[in-house]
Ligand binder design. Structure first.
Ligand code: CA
Length: 416
């Protein structure tokens, strides 16, 4: 049975990030999202480069097998192109991107996926995630070691096991085929949507009679309502019977960084210049808002994440409770009491490129910060492995100063 599609793509920088590293594409047979990461200029280049390459295969394929093969092949090709880009521009090292795409062959949808962007199918009022996140916390959920609820709030939930980038020669890409029929509604999104807006709210929007374009608007608006801490990208594809009238005209629609030309700064981006870029100051001060990180698949890291899970989730909840407590206390005019309590806590972070211990909690209430630098160390963060750097960037909570020192000692041992 032949079908036709009505689709739309929308991408928003969100309320916190300074650049949009997501890309999205709504085309003729092909639809996808890509969420770039890494470096300070690399993420947008990675997602745009992969998007522009893969979009070139948008067209009619004779069979699901040939469609899947073409998708995976071009994604591997794009992966090699990223590696080559880093060879030519070493300042972009560590760049990467997720990719989740669907390619229609008649009434079949061929899915290719790597990373933690998602493909959902809304059918008969039910929203179902059809891709599996390639994250360490998802692996722990699959192994039954933590619950899906714990995964939702896990502080390391954005650490990816697989991406397209400059590290793996031949990354493992999921590829499979599902049937589709009129009435189906496909949603592709970056974690700026599904990591922020609860699934029942996403489902409610998709269940409404909003057309694809309006549904995209509503989904992105909802992410903005929820504070949009990350870039948000959505693609909605509605499947219609061929005889249903529609004035929609398919086109190749790029959104996010793929909508721009790829510009890589000349070799002025050397280390010294980059360090003095004022836009990088928040990162240098350990205030980076970007929790996305890539860590190759390894049992050691899985064990590490598991060992941290319960304590970290408790701490996460405690921190949230502390903020609520502080807000409440402020309401009755005894803010100082709450503040003093936060100052009994410590955490490990970064200061001027070195590991440092902070007193207080890594939260702020508008301009009021609840922590200050307590002790500097001489350990260079840049000398640590990417995984250790990711841990530092997200800060490590300690119960007291001694515990903070133990955390530093443990950290420099893990994989050291
Ligand atoms: Ca993201």
């Amino acid at each position: 049975m032949a079908i036709k599609t009505v689709s739309h793509a929308l991408s928003d920088i969100g309320r916190v990030r300074k650049s949009n590293q997501d890309s999205g594409y709504s085309g003729y047979q092909l639809f996808f999202v890509a969420d770039g990461m890494g470096g300070h200029a690399g993420g947008d280049i990675a997602s745009a480069l992969v998007s522009q390459r893969v979009a070139q295969i948008d067209g009619v394929f004779a069979s699901p097998e040939s469609a899947k093969k073409a998708l995976v092949h071009t994604m591997q090709e794009a992966n090699r192109a990223l590696g080559q880009t880093v060879k030519d521009h070493s300042e972009l090292a560590g760049l990467g991107t997720t990719f989740s795409g669907i390619l229609f062959t008649d009434n079949q949808v061929n899915i290719a996926h790597i990373g933690d962007s998602r493909v959902y199918l809304q059918r008969d009022g039910e929203l179902k995630q059809v891709t599996i996140d390639h994250t360490f916390v998802q692996r722990l959920v699959d192994l039954g070691r933590i619950t899906p609820e714990e995964a939702l709030t896990h502080p390391r939930r954005s650490v990816l096991m697989r991406v397209l980038g400059d590290i793996e020669e031949q990354p493992d890409i999921d590829a499979f085929t599902l049937d589709t029929k009129p009435g189906d509604r496909w949603l592709l999104c970056s974690d700026g949507l599904c990591g922020v807006v609860p699934e029942n709210i996403m489902g409610g929007i998709l269940n409404s009679h909003a057309q694809a374009e309006e549904a995209c608007d509503l989904l992105v608006s909802e992410a903005l309502e929820y504070g949009a801490p990350d870039n948000v990208t959505v693609v909605v594809v509605d499947v219609l019977a061929p005889n249903v009238e529609s004035d929609f005209l398919p086109s190749a629609q790029y959104v996010g960084s793929a909508a721009n030309e790829i510009v890589i700064d000349d070799h002025r981006g050397n280390r010294l210049l980059r360090i003095f870029n004022p836009r990088l100051l928040p990162d240098l001060l350990g205030l980076s808002q970007d929790p996305a990180a890539y860590q190759p698949e390894s049992d050691e890291y899985l064990d590490y994440i598991l060992s941290q899970t319960r304590a970290k989730i408790r701490n996460h909840r405690l921190r949230q409770l502390l903020v609520v407590l502080v807000l409440t206390l402020a309401g009755v005019g005894v803010l100082s009491l709450g503040y003093q309590y936060t100052q009994t806590r410590y955490y490990v972070g970064e200061f001027n490129g070195k590991i440092a211990v902070y007193q207080g909690i890594h939260e702020s209430l508008g301009p009021i910060k609840f922590s200050h630098l307590y002790r500097e160390t001489s350990i260079d963060v840049s000398a640590l492995t990417p995984f250790q750097q990711a841990a530092i960037a997200q800060t490590i909570i300690a119960t007291d100063y001694k515990d903070a020192l133990r955390e530093i000692a443990a950290l420099t041992q893990v994989g050291g």
